[in-house]
Design a protein around this ligand. Structure first.
Ligand code: SAM
Length: 405
């Protein structure tokens, strides 16, 4: 593996060629791929040399490609790239444009809420942190493979959870873990088509039907909000899907109710719980729910549709923060910012959200943020807005308001 960097774009040298790749958001300390990508590509290349698979003829599915390293390397063979992350799809498209424009149309983007079609001959997947989401993916996949489908996962060894292999054994087939190479491991799976019937018959409690086909139906669970009993719906990969997050609970107790707002954005809306309450406090306002997770957008949409009167104007956007939102178009933005992207903890996205909020707010418009005390968001807000008011605090969290002057 070689990485040469000019701080923004770096050269990824893989078994299928060299590609200039970048992360989104850019980070001069991190690359857009890791050794788990390279190990997987190397193993696949060896399979082609041994004539175990002909990539020109195979139907290929790639799951959870972080910034496009796998999809860019295999674009020339045509592939479907399935992801829950708008940001990952966005990075993939940017990297494809940059590297191999002529193959751009050969990669089809599939959202985590899309149904898969037909059978795949080769499935490559990158690790996901959330086991419920992995379970959902594998269960969904199990009706789209055949006896000879080659299925290979790749994971950084430190992230391999004890129950991952067990989960794969149960949902998709016998899973062998490879030796470690540069701190990465492969998960090599022999598909078990007898599991297929089990998955088809599996219908978890409280699951809502997504389509009428014989496919596995994605599990959508819900919890009830304390005091109101309203149902908050959650797809598998949504933040705090089993219960109300404690930071969110604190934010709900201090949402702005006194002033009137016309245009409200819930930035990083997750399951839509903040949108629901703010919409009830301000029934005349237009609400815009934004998240980079397709499953979050689908969950928010279900939460609001089930709990709000039809006439309230709600919009949903799968987007990277406030990209594409008109400047000076909102008078209130609520934000419980993410503090990690995939496995990487950091504040790059919070910075982006705060800076873009300033541009998106009208004069006098307000950004309300909840965050862990130790994240010191007040420093960022003061730097960007030149003001920041403490609305409320407890031992763990603060709620801050910054006004566009
Ligand atoms: N608002 C919800 C709540 O309070 O329960 C969820 C808050 S959660 C801490 C942060 C949310 O931001 C997640 O739903 C995550 O998917 C979303 N997110 C992460 N990166 C994002 C980005 N670049 N653009 C938009 N949303 C993003």
């Amino acid at each position: 593996m070689t990485k040469t960097s000019n701080n923004k774009v770096a050269l990824c040298q893989s078994a299928f060629g060299d590609f200039q790749l970048k992360r989104i958001p850019e980070d001069k300390n991190l690359y857009a791929w890791n050794s788990a990508d390279l190990y997987l590509l190397q193993h696949l290349f060896e399979l082609t040399q041994l004539q175990k698979i002909d990539l020109c003829k195979a139907r290929i599915l790639i799951l959870n490609d972080s910034f496009g390293a796998l999809s860019v390397a295999l674009a020339r063979f045509s592939c479907d790239s399935y992801n829950d992350s708008f940001l990952a799809h966005h990075a993939l498209l940017k990297n494809l444009e940059h590297c191999s424009l002529k193959y751009k149309d050969k990669v089809k983007l599939l959202k985590s809420t899309d149904t898969l079609e037909g059978e795949y001959d080769l499935v490559l997947f990158k690790e996901v942190k959330n086991q419920a989401f992995l379970n959902d993916q594998m269960s969904k996949l199990s009706t789209h493979i055949h006896r000879d489908t080659i299925i290979i996962g790749s994971i950084m060894a430190k992230n391999l959870q004890r129950n991952t292999v067990e989960l794969l054994n149960k949902t998709i087939g016998e899973t062998k873990v490879s030796l470690t190479w540069k701190k990465a491991r492969l998960l090599i799976i022999t598909p078990d088509t007898s599991l297929l019937e089990k998955v088809k018959n599996h219908q978890p409690k409280d699951t809502h039907q997504l389509n009428q086909s014989n496919d596995y139906q994605s599990e959508i669970s819900y919890y009830e909000l304390e005091n109101s009993k309203e149902k908050i719906y959650n797809y598998a990969n949504v933040f705090s899907r089993n219960k109300l997050d404690i930071g969110t609970r604190f934010f709900l107790q201090h949402l702005p109710v006194e002033k009137t707002y016309k245009s409200i954005i819930d930035l990083g809306c997750g399951n839509g719980v903040l949108s629901l309450k703010i919409a009830q406090y301000h029934p005349e306002a237009t609400i815009c729910c934004i998240d980079e997770s397709y499953m979050a957008i689908a969950s928010a949409s279900m939460t609001l549709q089930q709990n709000l009167p039809e006439k309230q104007a709600i919009h949903y956007h799968a987007a990277n923060a406030l990209d594409g939102i008109s400047p000076e178009s909102a008078d209130l933005i609520l934000c419980n910012p993410p503090f990690h992207q995939q496995y990487i903890v950091g504040d790059a996205i919070a910075w982006q959200m705060f800076k873009q909020s300033k541009a998106t707010l009208i004069k006098g418009g307000e950004l309300w943020v909840v965050g862990n005390r130790h994240l010191a968001y007040h420093l960022k807000l003061k730097k960007i807005f030149a003001n920041c008011t403490l609305i409320a605090s407890n031992k763990k969290f603060v709620i801050l308001k910054a006004v566009k002057t």
